[in-house]
Design a protein. Structure first.
Length: 393
């Protein structure tokens, strides 16, 4: 599909000249799913600490897990603009734990299988990934290595017929309930850091691999997060994902898509918070008049809305450029830094204007504020992203 933006064709009310009708159809479908099948039930998922598998299969049946994958695997072979729409609408759900559960599967973990997998690996796993019968996680982060991928310590020692993995992974989203894990390990202890990491496919139930513990989080409470432990875990040669020693480059490549998606999700969250707050301040009265009558409140919300719209348009334009094969690492790094900081500023202001109600458990804005905090940390902390931008100035 070729996207040719033409501002002259932008109709009143359309979101962007970059989108085709199929993108808007996808947006409407995801929004309808969120309204009908997420919002009425997600509070229970927050308490349970995970999204039920039946819900994920439902997302698969609706085509959400195959947006970027070919029809041969059951997908719809759309582009980065479709991914941005999908992530933004999941962010608007106000339940970011649900959003990140799905987005890790579609845009942070399974992409490793599709981008680097052999034909046999893809034939085995991709149909289930698209349908939601196989949920994926990506295991890179460790106690002493997050954004610094070269610093990972999990080892992969070569033995007859394969490798033995030893080490611990931490803060792994979908870590408790996933079926398939894309695991980064050092396969050459003496080699240069950038050429010593290999990715492996590890199935749940593999001897020597276990969930060390489920982790209790400040936010994103409806997504499961785990510590993973590998103790003399044997994986066959056929479990190598991509080229041996090229895992670092695969991770860096996939970070670009991950950070674009996280930016879109953050914009969706920010917009939802602004919408909630606008409704609240127009009905909540103080000193005999609605809060909206206070100039300071109107102007603060207006400025936050302007910044949210600016980030949204940067994301749309960058996704469009990505579909044309342009190099957008600088812009993606900008997006991750900007949106990670913006969402926290938006949530702070929106909770402030909700007053005491916003501080109460059970209010949407209280939950959203907790969920937002990680957006400037996960997927590349703001400080790391700004260094990536600085390298390219």
């Amino acid at each position: 599909m070729t996207i040719r933006p033409n501002p002259a064709e932008l109709t009143a009310g359309a979101r962007s000249p970059f989108f085709e009708p199929e993108h808007e159809m996808l947006r409407d479908q995801v929004r309808r799913f969120v309204d009908e099948e997420v919002k009425p039930h997600a509070e229970a998922w927050e308490e349970a600490g995970f999204v039920p598998r039946a819900v994920l299969r439902r997302m698969g049946s609706l085509g959400f897990f195959g947006i970027r994958y070919p029809e041969v695997f059951g997908g719809s072979a759309m582009n980065a603009l479709a991914t941005v729409v999908y992530a933004e609408e999941l962010g608007r759900s106000t339940y970011s734990g649900v959003a990140i559960t799905a987005l890790v599967h579609t845009d942070m973990a399974s992409v490793h299988v599709f981008n680097a997998g052999t034909e046999a690996q893809k034939a085995k796993w991709m149909p289930g990934i698209v349908s939601g019968d196989v949920i994926t996680a990506v295991a890179v982060t460790e106690p002493d290595a997050g954004s610094d991928v070269k610093g990972i310590r999990t080892t992969a020692r070569r033995v007859d017929g394969g490798f033995v993995l030893n080490g611990t992974k931490l803060y792994i989203t979908n870590g408790v309930h996933a079926d398939l894990y894309c695991v980064a390990a050092k396969s050459d202890a003496g080699g240069p850091a950038s050429k010593s990491v290999t990715m492996f496919l590890v199935e749940k139930g593999t001897p020597g691999f276990r969930v060390g513990r489920a982790l209790d989080k400040h936010g994103w409470r409806s997504s499961d997060t785990a510590e993973l432990v590998f103790e003399d875990c044997f994986v066959p040669e056929s479990a190598i994902l991509g080229e041996e020693g090229r895992g670092f480059y695969a991770i860096m490549k996939n970070f670009q898509n991950e950070r674009l998606v996280l930016g879109a999700m953050a914009v969706g969250e920010s917009q939802a918070a602004l919408d909630l707050t606008l409704d609240y301040v127009k009905t909540r009265k103080a000193f005999g008049a609605p809060l909206w009558d206070k100039q300071a409140i109107r102007q603060k919300l207006s400025l936050l809305a302007a910044r949210t719209e600016a980030c949204r348009q940067l994301i749309y334009a960058t996704a469009w450029r990505e579909t044309r094969g342009e190099e957008v690492t600088r812009e993606v790094s900008m997006i991750k830094a900007l949106c990670g900081e913006l969402i926290n500023e938006v949530m702070y202001g929106c909770l402030q204007f909700h007053g005491g109600f916003g501080f109460m458990r059970g209010s949407a804005i209280e939950r959203m504020t907790r969920d937002a905090r990680v957006q400037s940390i996960g997927g590349g902390a703001t400080e790391v992203m700004l260094e990536e931008v600085a390298k390219r100035l």
